[in-house]
Write a protein that binds this ligand. Structure first.
Ligand code: SF4
Length: 252
């Protein structure tokens, strides 16, 4: 993370979240004892931005009420019509025409990011340089009680299921990912299993016909990079140190 204070952080909180099929606005759903928006605000706090802009739209009064307590210093920007992420960011920028300097837009990426990555610019080159990628709108937030190994097992199961089987690295690699993660969760894993996961990733990345294969590797390699200690805890403690994985909630 750079030392410079961002000129502004824009939080996009106007979406309806239709797929959640809930009367509660998406950003006010609670996870790990906090609303989704609360998690985002907490992650931003160490950055001490000069301005905090929160774009609201769907069920604005409810979200605004929450915001008045959680971040009274935030500037509310209204997106009258929910016309997508780019439009929401534009509405926010138009509300502060005098703004100069670094602007951070919170975004969700497939590979894991931590607080130190929060000021990664939202462009393809910067995300790749930080070991991630752009192109997905999925956002999942975890606290310190969530098991990273379990989370990656769930994502790997998804990729294994979705693999069409046309090319060997993706078909076999995702199959082996799931097997290794299940072993780690069951307390049968060894330190060599972590090397196996890295090795498998090397053999899938860039060797698959489509992006699904590459995508399957990103959460594996980034989680080993940033949370290797959790993998080792599974090996040394012969099982999940979180006392069995709880259901992981996600937001899209
Ligand atoms: S990488 Fe794409 S083409 Fe190859 S098996 Fe996976 S899904 Fe099929």
């Amino acid at each position: 993370m750079t030392d410079a204070r961002p000129a502004a952080v824009i939080v996009l909180a106007a979406g309806e979240g239709k797929r959640m099929k809930s009367a509660t606005p998406k950003v006010l759903h609670r996870m790990c004892g906090r609303t989704l928006l609360g998690h985002v605000l907490a992650a931003i706090e160490p950055l001490q931005p000069e301005r905090l802009l929160v774009v609201l739209g769907h069920e604005r009064p409810m979200v605004e009420k929450f915001l008045a307590e959680a971040a009274p210093h935030a500037q509310v920007v209204v997106q009258e019509e929910q016309l997508g992420t780019g439009h929401a960011a534009r509405v926010a920028l138009e509300a502060v025409p005098d703004l100069t300097g670094t602007v951070l837009v919170m975004h969700g990426d497939t590979p894991l990011f931590t607080t130190e990555h929060l000021d990664t610019p939202l462009d393809f080159d910067a995300a790749v340089k930080a070991g991630s990628m752009n192109g997905t709108s999925a956002v999942q937030i975890f606290d310190e009680d969530d098991c990273v190994v379990h989370a990656v097992l769930k994502w790997s199961e998804f990729f294994k299921h979705e693999s069409c089987g046309k090319c060997t690295p993706c078909r076999e690699g995702t199959y082996w990912y799931v097997g290794v993660y299940e072993r780690l969760e069951a307390g049968l894993g060894t330190e060599e299993d972590i090397d196996t996961l890295v090795d498998l990733s090397d053999n899938i990345l860039g060797r698959s016909f489509c992006a699904l294969g590459d995508g399957a590797t990103s959460s594996v390699t980034s989680s080993i990079n940033y949370f290797r200690d959790e993998y080792l805890a599974h090996v040394e403690g012969q099982g999940c140190p979180f006392g069995g994985a709880r259901e992981l909630a996600g937001a899209h």
